[in-house]
Design a protein around this ligand. Sequence first.
Ligand code: FAD
Ligand code: NAD
Length: 484
Amino acid sequence: MTSTGVGTEYDVVIIGAGPVGENVADRVVQGGLTAAVVERELVGGECSYWACMPTKALLRDAAAVRAARALPAAGQLVNGALDPAAVLARRDRFTSGWDDSGQADWLSQAGITLVRGHGRITGTREVTVAQADGTTTLRARRAVVIATGSSAHLPPVRGLADVVPWTSREAAAVRAVPKRLAIIGGGVVGSEMATAYGALGAQVTLVSQSRLLPGVEAFAGEQVADALRAAGVKLHLNVDAVDAVRDGSGAVHLTLSDRTVVDADEVLVATGRRPNTDDVGLDSLGLTPGRWLRVDDSLAVTDEAGRPVDGGWLYAAGDVNQRAVLTHHGKYQARALGDAIAARARGQEADLSPYGRHAVTADERAVTQVIFTDPEVAAVGLTADDAVAAGRKIRIVDQDLGAIAGAVLHADGYRGQARMVVDDERNVLIGFTAVGPDVAELLHAATVAITGEVPLDRLWHAVPAYPTISEVWLRLLETDGRDR
Ligand SMILES: Cc1cc2nc3c(=O)[nH]c(=O)nc-3n(C[C@H](O)[C@H](O)[C@H](O)COP(=O)(O)OP(=O)(O)OC[C@H]3O[C@@H](n4cnc5c(N)ncnc54)[C@H](O)[C@@H]3O)c2cc1C
Ligand SMILES: NC(=O)c1ccc[n+]([C@@H]2O[C@H](COP(=O)([O-])OP(=O)(O)OC[C@H]3O[C@@H](n4cnc5c(N)ncnc54)[C@H](O)[C@@H]3O)[C@@H](O)[C@H]2O)c1
């Protein structure tokens, strides 16, 4: 575990080798600088070992089975239940058995120095790494980047810590599927895990203090909720979990605010994230540990007044700045930031104009997300409610996906819906949401339209192929009408 060939001075020192830290390092090295990245656990971070990749591997077999069962002849070939052992074995391939040597090798080939250990800022452009056999102090000539990510947030439910709940980590790395799983939280993690564990044969009960998937359009959450109920998942929505007890037999009993008691073998907490900033030396800079880091447009860490701290050598990218708690947006920030640091080192100004090379405009205008429930949810930009709350004059256009020829062919009984949110004044798309089987790949067309600010008049000339589900675009435009 000790690092070899570690110098002490680099152009850039990055704390955290998750997807974001790795990408910042890669961009600065490609820009001609030197970089060291400090990692206390596994190179590749949460996404590779406990989040995106293993959870999508847990979901994929069930999605393929569902697709086959929606067709008469293919469905006849699919009998019986999923074999959890086979699903978990495939999941293990994606995590390389929680061995990061492949990713560590990639860092080395990319010319990035890996320093294993826990990094803390201990002075201006200085990071001290605590290791099993001592400490190493690294100095950065140009910048330090905090890319330490986030961890599960535990809600204040009485007795919860004593029942030793699962977080998304235990759920993603599971070795044996429990018979009964209770999930607290109906956001993205809770909904995906309910889908996965239901398909793996667990009796799942999900409790959420909000509706299902509160971050996306309500119709999408409702269709996912209907499908989960149809799959046998019990949903308790708009109630709180207030008390948790594990009895002598090992069973957990969750009491809800409506006095319902949920019995389970394990309880998974999926109630959001907290930043990994408790112990990275923020106090040495006058910042409060444990908070999300505030950043300006260049991703420089700022104080409460919005001024870059200590003259502007400290940056934060990825989950830890809470701009968009998603791998692909964190990596987008990483590309912009790494290139900006390298440009400044060459004496150039960073281009922070809205679509400039070093800007992170998409974090504000076009956050993309696919939720891998069954049905899937694909969303980009603003929801109708968000747009109205932001004071935008909008029109909403809805389309039943079950009426599209490509969808009808895709699966018998196809159910889904799409919505576009249009800026009424500029006649451009500012939001798109679809829910339905296999809608994930519909998303990028919407993302391109929003980012390109393509006028709807022009979108009429983007002709979707027949018979694909993408014909939803034509139907949305027809519903909206051409005479504006
Ligand atoms: C269950 C789940 C499923 C998800 N699925 C998706 C998905 O499908 N698609 C998607 O886009 N996003 C998904 N996400 C979100 C995604 O995992 C995060 O957005 C992403 O991992 C953020 O990357 P990061 O590099 O900022 O942080 P992380 O991946 O958390 O990496 C941070 C790294 O920093 C290290 N570190 C922290 N503190 C220190 C320190 N002091 N010293 C040294 N090292 C330190 C950590 O060990 C870690 O390796 C999911 C999240 C969860 C919880
Ligand atoms: N496919 C993907 O892109 C993907 C998958 C998983 C996670 N993620 C990311 O990870 C982040 C975290 O996801 P998450 O699901 O943990 O958070 P979230 O914010 O999406 O949802 C949290 C949920 O927990 C509920 N809740 C909070 N406190 C509660 C309590 N005391 N009792 C009952 N319910 C309670 C909330 O009402 C909400 O429904 C998300 O921001 C998401 O972007 C992304």
